[in-house]
Design a protein around this ligand. Sequence first.
Ligand SMILES: CC(C)(COP(=O)(O)OP(=O)(O)OC[C@H]1O[C@@H](n2cnc3c(N)ncnc32)[C@H](O)[C@@H]1OP(=O)(O)O)[C@@H](O)C(=O)NCCC(=O)NCCS
Length: 405
Amino acid sequence: MTDFVVRPITDDERRPTFDLLGQALHSPQLSDETWAQIGDSWAAPGKFGAFADDRPIGITSGFATTIAVPGGAVLPAAAVDGVGVRADWTRRGVVTALMSAQLNDLAERGTSLACLHASEAVIYGRFGYGIATSGATVRIDHPARLREGAEAGGAVRLLDTGEARAQLPALYQRIGLHRPGMIARPSLWWPIALNRRLSREGGYRVAVHTGPNGEDDAFAMFKSVDQSTAADPERGVLLEVRDLQGANPEAIAALWRFLLSIDLVATVSSRFRPVDEPLSVLLTDPRRARTTEVEDDLWLRLVDVAGALAARTYGPGEPVVFEVDDRLLPANRGRYRVGPDGAGHTDAGADLRLDADTLAMLYLGEWRASTLAQAGRITVVDPAAPARADTLFATGTRPWCGTYF
Ligand SMILES: CC(C)(COP(=O)(O)OP(=O)(O)OC[C@H]1O[C@@H](n2cnc3c(N)ncnc32)[C@H](O)[C@@H]1OP(=O)(O)O)[C@@H](O)C(=O)NCCC(=O)NCCS
């Protein structure tokens, strides 16, 4: 017997469902003042609630965006930015019902992809999401400096909070979605993110780079964290960098040069950087930069498998026929031929069989089919097919999301 209902939330239910999500994620309770600043950004469309006796017991929140896929096409996507179930209702199928409602709604609307960042890695595979990008944590210990010629000049300036709010949305848009996996940041994304980071508690400052042509082309947020302890009073300041975005490698290097030039800093660190960012070889001493962790970043879900496969480009070689299983969105079940000339439905026999979550791992080029076959995530019918799929799905640039939501 179902003792709860799942439906889109109404405007009046935004605050109670936001608070419910906050409790599920152990966030501090939001003041009315902060809600007044960010409430409008937590818009009802894209959010589904589970209700028992008209009271919210679960929420999945999402907002409409677009995402870049290999080859440069930009597809409509949903960014799922909050999933939570009230503690006394967990493990009773609430999130399963919410995910199903949300994905079916997205499919009806013609949204190609859904994506999220997972607080736990064991939840979303069963709903067809797979790890589609990774992020690196990098740590640079001083003394460290950039090699000459790593960047093309220009100037860096600091913004105050008001300037950051006014200038960053347009600057991010100008930087563009130049890696597969990058998403557009709709206007409702900014108030919540900036409120959290640029507040007194958040403590972040913003640096912007202007290129030699006079146009702003990169920005970064950074904050100082005192690492000293009673046992180690001389440990010095850690500069925590987040959201470093640039239109080109030279602009990104110029911001790293600036960040490494700030006085009285012992260490510069940043989480969720592109795994292929050439930071160590930008430095005069490459050993000053270390990757201390690589972790899952964007989880992707192909909502419209045929449309998404057709929208990206592929490398050279012989085609491969994939047989896709999809428990939650059965319209996606079937065989797809993927070749250098594109992808579409086929009646030909399968070379490889996989589930929707594994297809999502391949889609942006983050994982090789042969690796996933070795891990037992792909059933191999034609033993030559994994190597062919590796070449077809490979991308020159590693995918990267770079936006937290
Ligand atoms: C995690 C959470 C969203 C799951 O919701 P739920 O309603 O309890 O999930 P369901 O009852 O629909 O369970 C779905 C499946 O996931 C499994 N599952 C749920 N939570 C799990 C967890 N934390 N760890 C491992 N498995 C979990 C269930 O066993 C079930 O498995 P099955 O399909 O094999 O039967 C919910 O427990 C919650 O809100 N937790 C606190 C906030 C949080 O962690 N949010 C998720 C951020 S990524």
